[in-house]
Design a protein around this ligand. Sequence first.
Ligand SMILES: C[S@@+](CC[C@H](N)C(=O)[O-])C[C@H]1O[C@@H](n2cnc3c(N)ncnc32)[C@H](O)[C@@H]1O
Length: 446
Amino acid sequence: MIEDKTKVFRPIHYLGSKLRMLNFIEDTINEIDPEKGGVCDLFTGSGSVAFHLSNSRPVTAVDIQEYSKVICSAILQKQNIENNYLNDFLNECKNSSHYSALLNSVRPLIEYEESAIQKALDKTSLEDLCHILEEGSIISYEISKKNNNKSLLFKHIKQVLENFKDNGISDVDSLSIRYFGGFYFSYKQTCQIDSILHQINKADLEIKNSLLAPLLSTMSDAVNTVGKHFAQPIRPRNRKGMIKANLGKTVSTDRRIDIFTLYQKWLKKYNTLTDSNYDHAIYSTDYDDALDKLPNNVSVVYADPPYTREHYSRFYHVLETVCIRDLPKISTIVLKGETILSRGLYREKRHQSVFCIRSLAPIAFDNMFQKISAKGLKLILSYSPYDETKETHPRVVKMKVLIDLAKKYFNNVEVKSVGEFTHSKLTHKAKHLDASKAAEVLIICQ
Ligand SMILES: C[S@@+](CC[C@H](N)C(=O)[O-])C[C@H]1O[C@@H](n2cnc3c(N)ncnc32)[C@H](O)[C@@H]1O
């Protein structure tokens, strides 16, 4: 529902169209449920809608992704952490012997990258930076067994792996260096991220998510990719295979961000969020399972499922790995008959939502409508009509199909767009709203 759903939650006061949209959702829920019962945000994602609603009613936030649970725990079940604790925690991240060991181990790659960026900025050479962006991932080096290649980059990677062994640094303690260094972040930034993760892992269970969520916001801000999300790493070459002349500029701003400084800012923001007066619940599970076990206080379901074939998990795989803190296998693709690692180095077995699969989505919607109506709950379904004039993906299920399915289970189905209210009989009209009006609509089922 929030304009860019592929961005991680930012605990800020939303302004402009984002705030209008959030208020629109809240007002609509208040209209159909003036008693202010509980609301279930069934596909809560980054949690911005759940957070917005959490000051006026109890919220049950549901999402299949682990990163969503971490963020929702931090914002809906906020722990008030003493400032002294946060300062000590941050000092430990910056000054621990673990962080020194990480930096010392990774130094050959850090220095190589810094010099590569400078050379690219000075326009003396673009080659080294391009090589880092294309082949600088440690995990991909390990999997692809490029050990015979004599390049300087591979010599440094080999050295770093030996340093890890000598310094007793385990794979999980160097998780983000191995999986994201050189590709998504600078090598130095990943040392900082791994240092923070190491300290979070030692913290008390009840505050872990309050320390981890600000790291997700930090990583989302600092990441160096196309579009600042995690789906598409930087492409250093143009279509003709030439290295892009402005590569140094594309890379340097993001990669020079100090992760500790940014993390401190986010820690403060999360820790000063206002406390809610309600008890909220968080379910990290499939929508279907969640509907079977909703708390009794829920009277309205707000649903914003995916509507395109683009699986959301691609946008969040880095955050998901950091939250799960496992050592995932990397998914592969077949290109010209050859099996190669996915370009984004996505984790294997990413969640593939039924809502993104043409043959399964109508069945899933039918099931969702049936379960919600059988419980006597009202439903607000968020939908973004397809705008052929923009570079968006076609919708997996058309609005007309959705409305017909909803009418099987609900007596009253209405379509509302910001500033406009149309009865479902006018669906045809809603389908042809001009792009600005039809940017997002709510389908209200009672
Ligand atoms: C369009 S996004 C929601 C965006 C959210 N309203 C916001 O403002 O950030 C859809 C979400 O549905 C979740 N999802 C997809 N399939 C699911 C399923 N079967 N069960 C639960 N959650 C699912 C995805 O993980 C994703 O976070």
